[in-house]
Structure formats: structure tokens, C-alpha cells
Write a protein that binds this ligand. Structure first.
Ligand code: UT7
Length: 345
């Protein structure tokens, strides 16, 4: 509960049930934005072929479930995508930027080294004064950011928070490496969460293990006015795959246990959209039928921190997700990081 002693007892990476809490956070509105340029697998394969890189729609669909992705124009940054997604989430919540007292952006592709993308979004939205900062947990970034915002709302230090996942992963891809460049896309998704006496977010669970930092990384960095190291994405796909399927089940079960719920209570699984095979495996382990899994990887590819809120907004807007339903959001990514948020929509 909210008392310091109880908070201390909630354990690392999460907390116990919220049933004895007086303040919850709940989703007031969702929004998302995709840059207009859409490339099908055939479009991308044709572009790659010009550089002597061979791939096919057949391979990409069979191994990943991806059919298309969006790429931002060169002058468009994560903050632009994030701002548009944020505006849409605010509109859905019936709030304006002036109502916000917290902005968190999860991104691994910030506009600049600093300042944070969140401060740029704040300015573009026409807000000022409230805290705004980025969270860096790669594909788990939105889960981490939502966990932080929920904690701040429950602690009473924020009332209305805008939480965004936004990426321009096309900027950090090596288009000579077919094992990675066909997998990712650009986009942004957002939620506005607000303080409520009704749940809301029921449980959160976040983790990291830095010993796996090398299996998914962009090793380059800026130093002395130069980029040192390789500033493009490197991934050991099979190692990531194996770790992902294990930890996604674990974190889902951890959140369910904290909220005293079971697999059967989940109405919708909204996983990080990296690979349809990973999502299907998690659904099987949670004994969920595949039609209860929100899938956007086919149309968006892997948009890293943006993928979960993009999928959430898609299923809210097409009417699949209804108020009162129980949603399991979960993600895994570089770091290695992973986590889940269980909530009543
Ligand atoms: O967002 C963070 C989390 N990320 C993930 O969850 C990604 C997890 N990993 C994966 O999704 C999969 O491991 C991949 C989709 C990345 C790769 O699938 P895979 O089934 O593990 O394929 P593989 O790496 O074992 O490659 C199989 C074959 C290889 O050829 P050989 O050596 O068997 O002759 C690759 O060279 O497929 C080849 N290949 C391709 N062929 C055509 C790899 N990429 C491509 C490609 N087009 N784009």
C-alpha cells in the first residue's frame, strides 16, 4: 500500500496488489501516430536488392509475421511522432496539455543526445512547467515509463501523466544487414493516465539483467565530436528469441500474482510486437487463444518502445478493447530489460 513501510515491502521491480490503495492510476485516453511512408516487404526487398542485399516477402512473413512497416522522413524526429501521438491521446482523454503534470517519453532514438525528447514534446504540445524526462529501456521502455508514471501518481506527485513510446529505428538500422534491417519500423503510441479512486493499473513488474547487454545493442557513441564505435543496431536474434519467450511468461505471471488474478482473467494480451512466433508462444503459455492477442507487427514491424502503445491504441480505436476489460501489456528488449503492466481498462 501507499504507506512507506508497505511500499518497502512491495519488493524489487514491482509491488503487491493495489486493493488497499486509495489512489490508482487509470488510462484516460490513448493515441498513436505512424509516419505516412509505408513499405511493404516487397518494397523493402526491392530497395535492398539495389544494394546487393537479398531478402524476400516469403522469408520475412514466415520468420517474423511482418508484412509492412513505416519509415519517417529524414527531417522527422521521434519528438514529432511523439507529439502527434500525445495530442491524440490528450484528445481521447478530453484533456489539454495544460492539464498535464508529468510527461515521460520512452525512446532509444531521441532527437538529440540531450535535451530529452520529452522536453521537446512538452514544448511542441504547448505545455510548460511540469516535469518531462525520457526513459531508456529499449523495447521495454513503454512498460518502464508506465510503471514510473503509475508510481508517481500513486505517490501523489502527479495527477495527469502523458506516457509515450516513440521511435525512429530506421535511423539506426544497417541496411546491409538483412538479419536486422527488415524487422524494425518507426512510430509512436501514447496514453494519458490519471489519478482515480478506481483501478486502473493493477500491478507492474519490471526487470533488467545487464549481462545480456551485448545481444541487442547499438554500440556507437559520441566522443570528442566524433561517433566512436558502430552506430547501428546489432542483434543476436536467436539469443534474444530464447530469452524473450522465457521472461515474457515469467513477468506476466508475476503481475498476475501481485494482483491475485490468473491467466483466465486476461481479456487481451498486448505484447511487444517483435515477432509473431514469440507472441504466439507467450499466448500458448498463458493458455490464451490467439484471437485474444493484439497483433500489429504485421503492419508496423518492430517499433521498439512504441510498439505496445501503438497496438493498444489500435485495438481501443477499432473497438476490440472495451472499458472494464483486463489487459496484460508486456515487453522485452535490449539491456536486457523486460516487464509487464496488468490493468483494468
Ligand atoms: O525488439 C527486441 C526483441 N527482438 C526480438 O524479439 C527478435 C528475436 N529474434 C527473432 O525474431 C528471430 O531470431 C529473427 C527473426 C531475427 C531471425 O529468425 P530466425 O528464425 O532465428 O532465423 P536465423 O537467424 O536462424 O536465420 C535463418 C536463415 C539464415 O540462413 P542460413 O544460415 O540458414 O543459410 C539467415 O542467413 O535465414 C537467413 N536470413 C534471411 N534470409 C532472407 C536471415 N535474415 C534473412 C532475411 N531474408 N531478411
Amino acid at each position: 500500500c501507499g504507506a512507506p513501510a508497505c511500499r518497502a515491502g512491495a519488493g524489487a521491480g514491482g509491488r503487491d496488489s493495489h486493493s488497499d490503495m486509495s489512489i490508482y492510476s487509470r488510462i484516460l485516453g490513448t493515441g498513436s501516430f505512424l509516419p505516412p511512408k509505408r513499405l511493404t516487404n516487397a518494397d523493402l526487398a526491392a530497395e535492398l536488392a539495389q544494394q546487393g542485399v537479398e531478402t524476400s516477402d516469403e522469408w520475412i512473413v514466415e520468420r517474423t509475421g511482418i508484412r509492412a512497416r513505416h519509415f519517417a522522413a529524414p527531417e522527422v524526429g521521434s519528438s514529432d511522432l511523439a507529439t502527434e501521438a500525445g495530442r491524440r491521446a490528450l484528445e481521447a482523454a478530453g484533456l489539454t496539455a495544460a492539464d498535464l503534470d508529468l510527461i515521460i517519453v520512452a525512446t532509444s532514438t531521441p532527437d538529440m543526445v540531450f535535451p530529452s525528447t520529452a522536453t521537446m514534446v512538452q514544448h511542441k504540445l504547448g505545455a510548460a512547467g511540469c516535469p518531462a524526462f525520457d526513459v531508456q529501456a529499449v523495447c521495454s521502455g513503454f512498460i518502464y515509463a508506465l510503471t514510473v508514471a503509475d508510481s508517481m501518481i500513486r505517490a501523489g506527485s502527479a495527477k495527469n501523466a502523458l506516457v509515450i513510446g516513440a521511435e525512429v529505428f530506421s535511423r539506426i538500422l544497417d541496411f546491409k544487414d538483412r538479419t536486422t534491417c527488415v524487422l524494425f519500423g518507426d512510430g509512436a503510441g501514447a496514453v494519458v493516465i490519471g489519478a482515480s479512486d478506481q483501478p486502473g493499473i493493477l500491478a507492474t513488474d519490471i526487470h533488467a539483467d545487464g549481462k545480456h547487454r551485448d545481444i541487442l545493442c547499438v554500440p556507437g557513441h559520441v566522443s570528442g565530436g566524433n561517433v566512436l564505435g558502430d552506430p547501428v543496431l546489432k542483434m543476436d536474434g536467436q539469443a534474444v528469441f530464447k530469452l524473450a519467450v522465457g521472461v515474457l511468461e515469467e513477468t506476466a505471471r508475476a503481475s498476475l500474482a501481485k494482483a491475485n488474478l490468473t491467466d483466465a482473467d486476461i481479456d487481451w494480451l498486448i505484447p511487444h510486437q517483435a515477432n509473431i512466433r514469440i507472441m504466439q508462444s507467450t499466448a500458448r503459455k498463458l493458455k490464451m487463444s490467439s484471437d485474444k492477442v493484439v497483433v500489429t507487427v504485421d503492419q508496423h514491424g518492430n517499433t521498439s518502445a512504441a510498439s505496445i502503445p501503438l497496438a493498444l491504441d489500435t485495438a481501443v480505436r477499432d473497438g476490440r478493447i472495451q472499458r472494464g476489460q483486463t489487459l496484460m501489456l508486456e515487453g522485452v528488449g535490449g539491456g536486457f530489460t523486460w516487464g509487464s503492466v496488468l490493468l483494468r481498462y
